[in-house]
Design a protein around this ligand. Structure first.
Ligand SMILES: *Cc1c(COP(=O)(O)O)cnc(C)c1O
Length: 360
């Protein structure tokens, strides 16, 4: 069986270092907001060449706390892609703001910059972009619009650790870069974890308070905060893995290249463009008989996933909240299939998948 993702295989290379570090953290007797969190924050900030990194409990919290820290007035509108994981939309709702959906570009699956301006109103205060599947959004026109309309820019980088646009890392274009370290992400912890990066010291200071009950001095609370702290143990393990992030991305890019070079053109493959350094959090193809293809692959012992089967505007939880028609998002959701493309997979695994798919 070729698994879609096997987190044992994806992490086993790091187990020796993990065990050593684990022992060290246990022996330190310090488990929340200590040196390990500080170290990881410094390392992650310096990987991105930004001033501040704030560790939080999850990717969803990284997004929600970024919106809170930006002090956008309640009920303001936030532009967001119609084709994303539900967490992006939920963060806007949790921050008491209104999501306004913009359709993706069918080639890249990311928000279509040409369709943003028509959705900007007097109430629009921010754009939240998502670098889906590990490909950066087309950032130049988006940054331009943010400048023109004085909008806060938040980047959902949950799938794009290390991805670049014109040589610049995702997460460094906006006011906030929000990351998830959920175990399957390109930089994954052994549990839930997240972080925000920002060059703005005021936002950084607010985020530090917001994640810890709105407090910077114990038992003195300045903001209506959350409990959303990054654990020492996760920070310690993330510091180890961050050293290998580029290696993980290189491996995933090699697997993706095997697919892209060898899969028949019957399958719509991810767009490859100059100026984009994609990290393939997900390697997806599209096919009109997606469900049959998935079934066929499973019969041949190849597991796949669908990211995602139901778009946000069709989710029961968001009924009556997200209005409008989003045919491009639906087309993607109806035809997309994610193929095995993990740090735990070998080139042979991928050649095997290619061989089987090409006979469909
Ligand atoms: C994973 C993911 C999130 C949420 O991250 P969690 O750590 O699970 O809260 C947000 N946005 C996108 C695009 C994601 O893929």
């Amino acid at each position: 069986m070729i698994y879609y993702e096997n987190l044992f295989d994806a992490n086993s290379k790091f187990f020796r270092e993990f065990r050593e570090k684990f022992e060290q953290v246990i022996n330190s007797g310090w488990f929340i907001l200590g040196n390990e969190v500080k170290n990881f924050e410094n390392e992650f900030a310096s990987y991105h060449n930004v001033k501040n990194c704030i560790g939080v409990a999850s990717g969803l919290d990284a997004l929600t706390l970024s919106l809170s820290a930006s002090s956008i007035p309640e009920n303001s509108e936030v532009i967001v892609p119609s084709n994303t994981y539900i967490a992006t939309i939920l963060s806007i709702l949790h921050a008491k703001l209104k999501p306004v959906l913009v359709e993706p570009d069918i080639r890249t699956y990311n928000i279509n910059p040409a369709k943003i301006e028509e959705k900007i109103s007097a109430s629009t205060k921010a754009i939240m972009v998502v670098h889906l599947y590990g490909k950066s959004c087309d950032m130049d026109p988006i940054a331009e619009l943010c400048k023109k309309y004085n909008l806060i820019l938040i980047e959902d980088c949950a799938q794009s650790h290390g991805a670049k646009y014109k040589g610049k890392l995702t997460g460094t274009f906006g006011d906030f870069g929000a990351f998830s370290f959920y175990p399957t992400k390109n930089l994954g912890a052994l549990g839930d974890a997240g972080a925000v990066i920002t060059n703005n010291d005021i936002y950084s200071d607010r985020l530090r308070k917001l994640r810890n009950y709105g407090s910077s001095k114990k038992y003195y609370n300045e903001l209506i905060g959350y409990n959303s702290r990054l654990d020492e143990i996760q920070a310690a393990l993330l510091s180890i893995k961050l050293k290998y992030l580029d290696q993980i991305n290189t491996h995933k890019r090699k697997l993706a290249k095997i697919y892209s070079d060898n899969l028949k053109d019957d399958f719509i493959k991810p767009a490859i463009d100059d100026n984009y350094f994609d990290v393939y959090h997900i390697y997806n193809i599209r096919h009109p008989k997606r469900d049959k293809l998935k079934e066929y692959l499973l019969k041949h012992e190849i597991m796949t996933e669908i990211h995602y089967p139901v778009p946000p505007h069709k989710q029961k939880a968001l009924e009556g909240i997200l209005s409008g028609e989003y045919p491009i998002a639906e087309e993607i959701h109806n035809t997309t299939l994610s193929l095995p493309c993990s740090f735990g997979h070998s080139y042979d695994d991928i050649y095997r998948v290619v061989e089987v798919i090409n006979k469909f």
